[in-house]
Design a protein around this ligand. Structure first.
Ligand SMILES: *Cc1c(COP(=O)(O)O)cnc(C)c1O
Length: 236
């Protein structure tokens, strides 16, 4: 297999990085009064190809996140065939013309943020028979350029997705603004989920996953702390 745009530098000790992150995740959960296994680590493999992903799979990691459908199609079908228990999360923006491909490949779509997209996903789940669940993405900082439903629109959107479209809504997901205290956004996401009766929260990345767990994250999305720094890529 071609290594595509994979890093050319030395490959870090991925098994050791993974073990260290898992340890911190469990410790943060326990410190927060939760079970050691209460938080799911979503290992974010974007920009990396099989040679860098396989050490994590061999070390027992099974839940992975990716932000692009096309890149994922180049690497995950073969890895999923070899390890059918892999669970793949889409954590990047989804265009409607890629919904069919996304529903075929991903098990969880974390970036549902508008009704037309939600409807297209629901229709595709129906016609394909695939078992795909979703998180609804909230633009907690109301940033104009960022994806996600605004906080004051989330209650209606949860209703639409659950009642009208029959989507399996697991919970909410957010990406806090880069230059703000993430805790404020994690706390807001937790409150929005609570008042909608949703129990799962996807929040926290390499730099702030322990804070996110303190605020109740059930899923943390960690890339660079496991796989190493990514080459600067054009904006997603
Ligand atoms: C890349 C990415 C991550 C992981 O970021 P790191 O800082 O490398 O841990 C998490 N969530 C989303 C939505 C991402 O695009």
């Amino acid at each position: 297999m071609s290594s595509g745009s994979d890093e050319s530098g030395p490959i870090p000790d991925i098994a050791a990085n993974l073990a260290a992150v898992k340890e911190k995740v469990s410790a943060a959960a326990v410190a927060n009064g939760r079970d050691e296994g209460a938080v799911t680590l979503v290992a974010v493999g974007k920009t990396f190809f099989a040679p860098r992903l396989e050490p994590a799979i061999l070390a027992g990691q099974r839940v992975f996140g990716e932000n692009r459908v096309q890149e994922s199609e180049e690497k995950w079908p073969a890895l999923k065939e070899a390890h059918p228990d892999i669970v793949l999360h889409l954590i990047g923006p989804l265009q409607r013309n890629k919904v069919k491909k996304a529903v075929a490949l991903f098990d969880v779509i974390e970036t549902v943020d508008r009704e037309k997209l939600a409807r297209a996903i629901a229709n595709e789940i129906q016609s394909s028979g695939r078992d795909v669940s979703v998180f609804l993405q909230v633009n907690t900082g109301a940033e104009p350029q960022k994806a996600g439903v605004l906080p004051d629109e989330i209650d209606d959107f949860v209703q639409t997705c659950q009642q009208d479209l029959g989507l399996k809504v697991r919970g909410l997901m957010c990406i806090p603004p880069i230059n703000e205290e993430p805790a404020l956004h994690f706390g807001l996401l937790r409150e929005l989920a609570r008042r909608n009766g949703l129990t799962e929260l996807s929040m926290g990345m390499s730099g702030d996953f322990e804070t996110a767990i303190r605020f109740g994250a059930t899923h943390v999305r960690v890339g660079s702390a496991i796989f190493g720094e990514r080459k600067k890529a054009p904006a997603a």
